[in-house]
Write a protein that binds this ligand. Structure first.
Ligand SMILES: [Zn+2]
Length: 261
């Protein structure tokens, strides 16, 4: 015979096993294109275990045409579906698309660029307030690959945080590639990344092989951007790298006033 306390303990155990973990903290990644999430995918997988992880993507990727794809509305729809597939595989919330064009209208005219940039800034500010994240990550001034949209989204996110006085309220972290990360990519695909001096990163996030495997499985979603061979090269590159570490740099502002520089 079971004691009633043992039965209660068993029932509690079963209940706990089937109750999803309540995620009270929120991480928000703010990036430029529908596939940029793959730059930090293993870290997103890791945080999704304890955080609600949201991804806001500024553009619809309509001009990122490779292979037989033509730039435009059709490609934008394909790329947004790819990103939704990627997020599902990573175990994070479905992506939030702000729907601006790559280059924020620069391909049309300079006035269109100013118009889209102003609209993006306002929409992004509202989204940050709505999601009220505990942590934000975005690209730094290096822009990851150096793509102008990457630099732009990092700068606009930073502008909002500084303008609104949100440096403490919404801790902002920049993705920070070290020289070894750039060398690794260059050896695999012939193109490196923009880097930050190793003195300046202040967070080092380790991820497990299981988390990396989820990243690698998500890669298969992005067939408008990567050939099967490129996907395999990416997978091999990550498997070879046993350090499984990503680096971030927190935006910090010293606000003690002085009378000289
Ligand atoms: Zn991109």
């Amino acid at each position: 015979m079971f004691k009633s306390s043992s039965i209660l303990a068993l029932l509690l155990f079963i209940f706990a096993s089937f109750t999803p973990v309540k995620k009270s903290r929120t991480l928000l990644a703010i990036l430029a294109h529908p596939d940029d999430e793959m730059a930090v995918a293993s870290m997103l997988v890791k945080y999704a275990k304890t955080y609600k992880v949201y991804l806001v993507i500024a553009t619809d990727g309509r001009y990122g045409a490779r292979f037989h794809y033509k730039p435009g509305d059709e490609l934008a729809v394909i790329r947004q579906k790819e990103s939704a597939c990627g997020c599902k595989n990573l175990g994070i919330e479905p992506p939030v698309f702000l729907g601006f064009h790559d280059g924020m209208g620069m391909a049309t005219s300079v006035p269109e660029f100013f118009k889209q940039t102003a609209q993006l800034t306002e929409k992004l500010k509202q989204k940050i307030e709505e999601l009220n994240p505990d942590v934000i990550i975005t690209f730094g001034p290096d822009g990851d690959t150096g793509h102008s949209d990457h630099r732009h989204i990092g700068a606009i996110t930073t502008e909002i945080i500084l303008r609104e006085g949100w440096v403490k309220k919404y801790p902002l972290y920049y993705v920070s590639w070290l020289q070894k990360d750039s060398d690794k990519l260059k050896a695999a695909i012939g193109q490196g990344l923009n880097t930050v001096h190793s003195n300046y990163f202040n967070v080092q996030v380790k991820f497990s092989e299981e988390e990396e495997n989820k990243e690698l499985a998500a890669l298969d979603c992005y067939t408008s951007q990567l050939t099967a061979e490129e996907i395999n090269q990416w997978k091999e590159m990550e498997k070879k790298d046993l350090t499984n570490t990503l680096h971030f740099r927190r935006l910090a502002v010293r606000n003690k006033k002085k009378s000289d520089l």
